[in-house]
Write a protein that binds this ligand. Structure first.
Ligand code: NAD
Length: 468
């Protein structure tokens, strides 16, 4: 599996299959297996069996194997990145395919290395109580198409560290890279502990209602998250839901526009805007809005977009036609609503790939669809504000709350504003950076439960108190 060809050969389907096409050019990447609900039953039976001996290994031995799994990802990083780029569309360079595979290895290592001690809850004359975390059993990991390799490892690594087995259900749009990265970690892990079922929504629905599944780790849209809550209710499954967002950034009047332009750009346009916690609505004080927008557009204009496998590019296509249509429609609504298109906004519809140009729309009304609806693509709306209270109200005025950011030269003032924002994470003078030891999760309809760090490990265990 040292080359893209040998990696693809290792995951080649033996039964029913379908084509996966490169969103940048429509070329065939490879065929992928079409698994069924029957295949799912077999995988769950194998996982249920494998979980018992996996749990019995204990933390230390599991962590040692996970460290080796991280080494295996690193040893296969280049063919994995090449496959990710072709299937997802993201460029090899910039914070894209190679970066994502590096992140997958780093998160695997962090989940293996994070200590999880037995907690002594009380130990005095009133009594003695300790709390530990036991394995749940078999976990379902259902993921999206935007960061498919990294999010798979975000879901798998804490699950296996805590002694669970995992059934991974990748997005229909990006099953190859998920199958490949699981193949790579399975060169080290015992059989049956992690397996992939590459099916459609029906398979996802069967998984999230299956009585043998104890927990669903889900990352995807809010609508699907709600369907999973419903289908998991009968068996009272534990859930971690990382759902959609519509992150606001508030720029205070004291910033240096040139100094923040690069970080603003990547906050909004990382992965060509197809990132859950990307900056999706920018509120800028009117006194500096001209300068901020000009500097941001100047940075954006220097960022090459094109085929992922061209080493020069740092922005790619939308991953699929549905997402392209959503972005194109929202930009049209922004134009109709009186927005001033500062950059982009005019796609070349004759090209083969789903490329939407980097777009910035200034002077939009807050109630415009491009502001109110998650665009999940390279089109940033800018809303100018006079009064900070108004900006905070607008930022909080949606029913999701994944991330947010405040941009200011005064860190104290920025933190005060941050504390008033309804979001799971608020960044100061940056947006969207995640760290394997910093808990991450959403507020409001962006979901519940935390990932990463000790909190992320605890979410994959059943707490047990021993009282006495
Ligand atoms: P999606 O909800 O369409 O699909 C996600 C997964 O759910 C796919 O694997 C799909 O097959 C599966 N699925 C669909 N119906 C199902 C059902 N009834 N039961 C079980 N599984 C089912 O999401 P998407 O379009 O792939 O991803 C984009 C969305 O994900 C965006 O809204 C984005 O903000 C969000 N997202 C959130 C985070 C986060 O950490 N909060 C990270 C990445 C993406």
């Amino acid at each position: 599996m040292d080359t893209l060809e040998s990696l693809l050969a290792a995951i080649a389907p033996t039964g029913a299959s379908r084509d996966i096409l490169n969103p940048a050019n429509g070329n065939l990447v490879a065929k992928v297996a079409v698994d069924t609900v029957d295949d799912l039953e077999k995988a769950i039976a194998a996982a249920t069996k494998a979980q018992v001996s996996w749990a019995a290994l204990g933390h230390e031995k599991r962590s040692a194997l996970m460290m080796k799994a991280a080494d295996a990802i690193e040893a296969h990083a280049e063919p994995l990145a090449q496959l990710l780029s072709r299937e997802q569309g993201k460029p090899l360079n910039g914070p894209n395919a190679r970066f994502e595979i590096g992140g997958a290895a780093a998160w695997m290592r962090a989940a293996a290395a994070t200590p999880l001690e037995t907690e002594t809850v009380i130990d005095d004359e009133s009594g003695h109580a300790v709390m530990t975390y036991k394995p749940i059993g078999v976990v379902a990991a259902i993921g999206p198409w935007n960061w498919p390799a990294m999010i798979t490892i975000w879901q798998v690594a804490p699950s296996i560290r805590m002694g669970n087995a995992v059934i991974v259900k990748p997005s229909e749009f990006t099953p190859l890279i998920v199958t490949a990265i699981v193949k790579v970690i399975n060169t080290v892990l015992p059989a049956g502990v992690v397996s992939v079922i590459s099916g459609d929504r029906e398979v996802g629905a069967a998984l999230s209602s299956h009585p043998a599944i104890g927990k669903v780790m889900f990352t995807g849209s809010t609508a699907t998250g709600k369907a999973i809550i419903r289908s998991s209710a009968d068996t009272v499954k534990r859930l971690t839901l990382e759902l959609g967002g519509n992150d606001a950034g508030i720029v205070l009047p004291d910033v240096d526009p040139k100094a923040i332009a690069g970080d603003l750009f990547w906050g909004a346009f990382i992965n060509t805007g197809q990132t859950c916690a990307a900056l999706k609505r920018l509120y800028v004080h009117e006194s500096i809005a001209d300068d901020v927008v000009r500097e941001l557009a100047a940075v954006a204009a220097t960022m090459p977009m094109g085929e992922g496998t061209d080493e020069n590019n740092v922005l790619g296509p939308l991953q699929n036609k549905k997402q392209y249509d959503i972005v194109a429609d929202l930009v049209e609504k922004a134009k109709k609503g009186g927005g001033k298109v500062v950059l982009g906004g005019n796609p070349d519809t004759s090209q083969k790939g789903f490329f939407y140009p980097t777009t910035i729309v200034d002077e939009l009304d807050n109630d415009n669809a491009l502001v109110q609806i998650e665009q999940f693509g390279p089109a940033l709306p800018v809303v100018r504000y006079k009064d900070l209270e108004q900006a905070i109200e607008w930022a909080n005025g949606v029913d999701v709350g994944l991330g947010a950011s405040v941009w200011s030269a005064d860190a104290g003032k920025a933190r005060e504003v941050a504390a008033r924002l309804e979001a799971g994470t608020v960044w100061i003078n940056s947006h969207g950076g995640v760290h394997p030891l910093i808990p991450f999760g959403g507020a409001k309809q962006s979901g519940y439960g935390l990932e990463f760090g000790v909190e992320g490990l605890k979410a994959l265990g059943v707490p047990q108190v021993i009282n006495g």
